[in-house]
Ligand binder design. Structure first.
Ligand code: C2G
Length: 153
């Protein structure tokens, strides 16, 4: 009997943490279905994504561990998806530990350890820091370089 695994996520700015999770999920069964959060649903979740849904879904679909991608549009669709795709195991990273235990009525529920040291939030913060280097600083640096250049000519 083939075992279907189901997970949900935003997968914005796809990184190694996402990849390692999908790899480990694929080892739990024969078919991995990933529900990628729509842009509208992320607004409901209070999450602002950098990469739009269509691209996030295409990236996840291209991952060799993933067999199928479906859209995640609301919190309530999980039970419907579990029944529709005859899911054997529902699984998430452990930052969701205990949050979906009510699904144990329908299938196995598993929380896997997250990959430490990487997150989309942290990537966004780093990008913000870089963009904070304002133009003024850049101009100052440029002036100094020009003066240095003229000193050596
Ligand atoms: N993840 C991980 N290691 C990281 C970062 C993320 O294992 N360093 C896992 C998360 O635990 C999650 C999955 O990658 O299981 C996707 O993470 P997000 O894109 O942040 O998903 P989220 O916005 O939490 O959406 O209905 C549930 C929600 O859609 C979950």
């Amino acid at each position: 009997m083939s075992r279907t695994i189901l997970t949900y996520g935003t997968f914005d700015m796809f990184h190694i943490g996402h990849l390692k999770l999908l790899k480990r999920l694929s080892m739990l069964g024969d078919k991995l279905i990933v529900a990628v959060s729509s842009d509208e649903f992320n607004e409901i979740k209070g999450k602002k994504t950098i990469i739009p849904y269509a691209q996030r879904a295409e990236i996840v679909e291209a991952i060799k561990y993933v067999d199928m991608v479906i859209p995640e549009n609301d919190w309530k669709q999980k039970v419907i998806d579990i029944k529709k795709y005859n899911v054997d195991t529902f699984a998430m990273g452990h930052d969701w530990e205990g949050k979906f235990d009510e699904l144990k009525e329908y299938c196995k529920v598993v929380y896997l350890p997250r990959t430490e040291g990487i997150s989309t939030t942290a990537l966004k913060q780093q990008l913000n820091k870089i963009s904070e280097i304002n133009i003024e600083d850049i101009n100052k640096a440029f002036e100094i370089l020009q003066r240095l250049k003229s000193d050596f000519e």
